[in-house]
Design a protein around this ligand. Structure first.
Ligand code: CP
Length: 330
């Protein structure tokens, strides 16, 4: 990806190492604005169309707050029932109309490739906030940004690291996007831990192997965590299953708590999860008894999401060099 201004952000396949470096360096420059130490009105007068046709807490609100923190305003559509999509209007028509009202659009939708279809009708940049089980590129960027920071504190890097991904690797779009992004790096070892029925799709494994990375596939948690620099947990994506009963077969199969972590992981293994974690007793894949553990990076991931989304707005709207010029008193 050589040019951000005016571009859609639909898939991690768009990025190369240079573009990731650009996004991360703009994200770092967003820190004082996110912390309210400085204020900029660089997007004064601009409108974000924030279209969420699937439930979300972090992605929807952080897109909105990121835009507000750059001085812009947000127009929200939440839920399919609140949109004329529920009357049979096409994604193309919806995009043609809404892209007149907005300068940029963030969108989440339950169907794979729906955001790409929407983007074909849009006259402004569209950012994929998650399209069904397919991709979640902004989550992958914030995950990678977090991994780089967490390992960097210990003088380590992404090249040569070992990541264990655990849980619903079939429907978990965050692990699909993150795995593909890691294909840009060297000598990454993957341990993929899931029930056999919820294994990582073959096409993602093929991408990982074609990048020269080592892959171990297992359905056992204990005994497979001892090499992991990053332990990336996911919940069972129950909304993608044909029935709740089917999803319940897998909920609670893998649980990480302080005792298992202490026994089976290295002392510096970083614990990540895209959130939400399913904290109901039947699932509880990441126990609250790790909440105060310094290696638990899940809330730092969410914090980093704000920086990454601010950076993507600044880049796609071409204002990343003007932040300081539009500063105003805090
Ligand atoms: N990580 C993530 O996508 O969270 P939300 O579903 O709350 O947006």
């Amino acid at each position: 990806m050589t040019q951000f201004k005016g571009s859609h952000i639909l898939s991690v396949n768009q990025f190369d190492l240079d573009s990731i470096h650009t996004i991360f360096s703009v994200a770092e420059r967003m820190t004082p604005y996110a912390l309210r130490e400085k204020r900029t009105r660089v997007l004064d007068g601009a409108i974000l169309g924030n279209l969420f046709f699937e439930p979300s807490t972090r992605t929807r609100v952080s897109f909105g707050c990121a835009f507000n923190l750059l001085g812009g305003r947000v127009a929200e559509t939440v839920g399919m029932a609140a949109s004329s999509l529920s009357k049979g209007e096409s994604l193309y028509d919806t995009a043609r109309v809404l892209s007149t009202y907005s300068d940029v659009i963030a969108m989440r939708h339950p169907d794979a490739y729906s955001v790409r279809e929407f983007a074909e009708g849009s006259r402004v940049p569209v950012i994929n906030g998650g399209d069904g089980p397919n991709e979640h590129p902004t989550q992958a960027l914030l995950d990678l940004f977090t991994i780089q920071k967490e390992l960097g504190h210990a003088g380590r890097g992404i090249d040569g690291m070992h990541i264990a991904m655990v849980g619903d690797l079939k429907f978990g779009r965050t692990v699909h996007s993150l795995s593909r992004m890691l294909c840009l790096y060297k000598n990454v070892s993957f341990t993929l831990i899931s029930p056999k029925e919820l294994a990582m799709p073959d096409y993602v494994i093929a991408d990982i192997e074609n990048a020269g990375h080592k892959v171990t596939i297992t359905d056992q948690l204990e005994g497979n965590l001892d090499q992991a620099d990053i332990l990336y947990l996911t919940r069972i994506q129950e909304e993608r299953f044909p029935s709740q009963e089917e999803a319940n077969k897998y909920r609670g199969k893998f649980r990480l708590n302080r005792s298992i972590y202490t026994q089976h992981c290295k002392s510096n293994t970083v614990i990540m999860h895209p959130l939400p974690r399913d904290s109901r007793a039947q699932a509880n894949e990441l126990d609250n008894d790790l909440n105060s553990h310094p290696n638990l990076a899940i809330f730092r991931q969410a914090d980093n999401g704000l920086l990454i989304r601010m950076a993507l707005f600044a880049l796609t709207l071409g204002v990343d060099e003007q932040l300081e010029q539009y500063e105003c008193p805090v």
